[in-house]
Ligand binder design. Structure first.
Ligand code: WQD
Length: 341
């Protein structure tokens, strides 16, 4: 099939583009490289041994999207493009609403005009808001605790309303838990701009010497070892789930949400131990105050993904750390060359 992948140059987008090319699909990338590098697409093509079409564009440019969808004859759209830093969304909410929500409305309108009504959307576990109980089921109440999460929830609601208003839409809302790891080649991986908020990239950047130590945000949570527990999922497992969702998109009647997680929780200490094993040395860390807004524990019920997609995560925390470390040690500055740092 011919697939449009918005945000294909990004962390999950590049791994999914590789999975789709490897599965024999045609891939067209639509990206403004605001938080990614064209280099990742070049490496995806090398790994796949296939080429992909690149369209440099911005979701806020409706006419560009309209002509792309009209002429593109796409079978399915996989939509990753969007801003995703929780902290930045609190400082710049308008930027997030304009880019993520208005941008997605542009995409959906362009799809509607081109009668392309099959969409796989990059949603997030953040739509569950304050987590009271685990494992989390797709039927749990939804709420937003920050503007980034609000954009994901709004986009899900827009997709549900659109699918109710007009027959023929097949929309998979894939709710990721904590994506980490990298392709086993070490050629593509997570390359956050600035100081990463997320644990794994910060741990691995500390391991290559870019930070002095990892600050553990609280060890007094009601969890087995006192540190925060999350459902980390390998980005290659996540990419394979997207490839499955593309294959099975017709089974999504209207807009349906599916959790993408392992169904297992791991603590900060457990991740640090697995990372130290992968790196081969102890990673310097110290206990710091809790981070406002953090939940004690969040992990997925992964049964629906098994039923709907015939997919379960295969890679464990050790594999996630081994693969993430191979990427980080081969690319200490991500996709940027020495001179660009
Ligand atoms: C994980 C654990 C922290 C950093 C975020 C987004 C969410 C989603 C996934 C996109 C927590 C602890 C972290 C550090 C630490 N992204 N931690 N020291 O907060 O679960 O979710 O990423 O959809 O929207 O909110 O991930 O990696 O930031 O934190 O101790 O330097 O690691 O307290 O327990 P989080 P995270």
């Amino acid at each position: 099939m011919r697939i449009l992948v918005t945000g294909a140059a990004g962390f999950i987008g590049s791994h999914t583009a590789l999975a789709l090319l490897t599965a024999g699909h045609e891939v067209v990338s639509f990206d403004n490289y605001s938080n990614s590098s064209q280099e990742s697409l070049a490496r995806v093509e090398k790994l796949a041994g296939e080429s992909l079409e690149r369209v440099d564009g911005d979701l806020r440019d409706f006419s560009a999207l309209e002509s792309l969808l009209k002429s593109g004859s796409f079978d399915v759209v996989v939509h990753f493009a969007g801003l995703k830093a929780v902290g930045e969304s609190v400082e710049k909410p308008l930027l997030y609403y304009e880019n993520n929500v208005s941008g997605t409305i542009n995409l959906l309108r362009a799809m509607q005009l081109a009668a392309c009504r099959k969409l796989v959307f990059s949603s997030s576990a953040t739509v569950y808001g304050e987590v009271e109980m685990n494992p989390i089921l797709e039927s749990f109440p939804l709420s937003a605790v920050n503007p980034y999460g609000a954009t994901k929830l709004m986009i899900e609601d827009i997709c549900r309303d659109l699918a109710k208003s007009e027959a023929g839409w097949n929309i998979a809302l894939l709710r990721y838990f904590n994506p980490v790891g990298a392709h086993e080649s070490g050629e593509i991986g997570e390359d956050p701009i600035g100081i990463p908020n997320n644990l794994m990239p910060f741990v691995m950047q500390t391991a290559v010497g870019r930070h002095k130590q990892v600050n553990i945000y609280g060890n007094d949570y009601p969890t087995p070892d006192g540190t925060g527990v999350r459902d980390y999922i390998h980005v290659v497992d996540l990419a394979n789930a997207h490839s499955r969702a593309v294959e099975k998109i017709d089974s999504f009647a209207g807009a349906e949400a599916v959790n993408l997680g392992t169904g297992q929780g791991s603590s900060v200490f457990e991740l640090l131990a697995a990372a130290s094993k992968a790196v081969g040395t102890e990673i310097p860390h110290s206990i710091a105050a809790r981070r406002p807004g953090d939940a004690a524990a969040v992990w997925a019920d992964a049964e629906l993904a098994k039923k709907k997609l015939g997919w379960t995560a295969e890679r464990d925390l050790d594999a996630m750390c081994r693969d993430h470390w191979r990427w980080q040690s081969k690319n200490p500055n991500g996709f940027r060359t020495e001179s660009e740092c």
